[in-house]
Write a protein that binds this ligand. Sequence first.
Ligand code: F0G
Length: 376
Amino acid sequence: MNFWSKFLSSTKPRNAKHWPGLIHTYRDLLDIDNKTKVLTLCEGNTPLIPAPAIADTCGVIGLSVYLKFEGANPSGSFKDRGMTMAVTKAVANGLKTMVCASTGNTSASAAAYSACARSNGYSDVQCVVLVPDGFIALGKLAQAIIYGAKVVQIAGNFDQALNIVKELSQRESIALVNSVNPDRIEGQKTAAFEICDQLGGRAPDILATPVGNAGNISAYWAGFKQYNALGLIKNKPKMYGFQAAGSAPIVLNEPVENPETIATAIRIGNPASWKTAKEAVNESFGLIDSVTDEEIVEAYKLIHSSQGVCCEPASAASVAGLIKASKQGKVERESTIVCVLTGNGLKDPQTAIDVSGFAPIKSAATMDAVASAIGL
Ligand code: F0G
């Protein structure tokens, strides 16, 4: 029996259970008291998908690669983990206006949880999002709009938008729900908890993740350290973070004034959690590196066509980075690796079509015409 069939057959069949969301599940490990009313869309509990084709592509003997599919969260990205905490606590503290800067996913998530707050009796909660005009995937923009946020498209990039909302949030009754808000990091830690639980009480050897504003890699490391300190895991992973080559300030060790990449979600030149991301990498003996847009697109196609998993371009940076690191001999044999797929590919269908070289096959509506069109 090979590794994959052993893994799948060892998973006990169970009845589908209601998952109450990550705060209710991990409440004793999170900074929230028992009285606070939780705002949840039942986020978390995302699949850890075995990825043998990606393991093969890495060409390292004995690799077990999994994809932590965060696109399965309610608004389609890992941001929901931090947002359930941030909005729950902001609203509990009487704040009414949720504000964020975003490359798209944070805005979709903040808008969703603000709607959730309204449905839980906080009818005067509103959401304001600032996004770089022309540089966010259409699906994310559509989400923020339809969830009822006020969307401001600024003539600038994410870094400029973040500076503006930081200043704006000094005003009364405004909650800043970017990952500079510690409640966001607190919620996002739960992804590390889940991975350890899903692997049967141990951490992977390597956790590979895209890096933009650098909150998520910081949150994962905090989560692994906490589980380790509690004795729930004996090991800790090496943290491998990957930035897009045109937006790689941490790799270059200096801010990038005009960040560029096809992966618009991580088009960030001056990450807010720069310091904690570096600590995560250093303390875990990991690495931070960049991947080119070509490498991102190649990994993006591979994840879809050889694994059947739908992620957005930024998410593919984790897999692109793993492939690069393995080619450089930075991945040991027999390792267990988790690549985080941070967001759902359906948010950005235009990129999927653009990079696929898709040419429509048109046909008359008869069986013979279809058979001939497909060369049968
Ligand atoms: N992947 C996706 C799909 C993202 O949306 C982001 C960040 C990241 C990775 C990077 O995570 O910032 O914690 O290092 N998106 C933010 C946003 C910036 O506004 O949606 P990070």
